[in-house]
Design a protein around this ligand. Structure first.
Ligand code: 5GP
Ligand code: ZN
Length: 119
C-alpha cells in the first residue's frame, strides 16, 4: 500500500496520511484525505490532499489527473456537509507562491471576507 501511495518518508503530509503525525480529520476515503490546517487563516480552513504523494499542481499529468477530480469532489462534498456556500480554494505551487509542504494540497478557506488579488 505504501508503494502505491508513493510514500515519501520525509514528507509531512505522507506522515499525516499514515497517521504517524496526528491530524484533525474532516474526511477520508481510499484516495483522499482532508484535515483542518494547524494554523488556520480563516474561521474554517482545511486541506484536501491525495493519499498518494504528488509534489504539487506542477506534477499533475494525464496519468494522475483523475485523482485531482476526486479531490474537487471532496471539496464540494465537504463544504456542502459543513454548510459552506462561500469559500476559497487555493493551491500554492512552489516556494515563491508560498508552498511550504511539497505534497499536493488544496486549501479550503471560509467564514470571512476574502480580498482579491491575494497577497
Ligand atoms: P502551503 O504553505 O504549502 O501552501 O500549506 C501548507 C499548510 O500546511 C499550511 O497552511 C500549514 O499551516 C499547514 N501545516 C503545516 N504543518 C502542519 C501539521 O503538522 N498539521 C496540520 N494540520 N497542518 C499543517
Ligand atoms: Zn507526501
Amino acid at each position: 500500500m505504501s508503494d502505491a501511495l508513493n510514500y515519501q518518508p520525509d514528507c509531512l503530509f505522507c506522515k499525516i496520511v499514515k497517521g504517524e503525525i496526528p491530524s484533525n480529520k474532516v474526511y477520508e476515503d481510499d484516495l483522499c484525505y482532508a484535515f483542518y490546517d494547524i494554523d488556520p487563516q480563516a474561521p474554517t480552513h482545511f486541506l484536501v490532499i491525495p493519499k498518494a504523494h504528488i509534489g504539487s499542481c506542477g506534477e499533475i499529468t494525464r496519468g494522475n489527473s483523475a485523482l485531482v477530480g476526486r479531490l474537487f469532489e471532496v471539496i464540494s462534498q465537504v463544504t456542502r456537509d459543513l454548510g459552506l456556500t462561500d469559500f476559497r480554494v487555493v493551491s500554492n505551487c512552489g516556494a515563491q507562491a508560498g508552498q511550504s509542504v511539497p505534497h499536493l494540497h488544496f486549501h479550503v478557506l471560509a467564514g470571512r471576507d476574502m480580498t482579491w488579488p491575494p497577497g
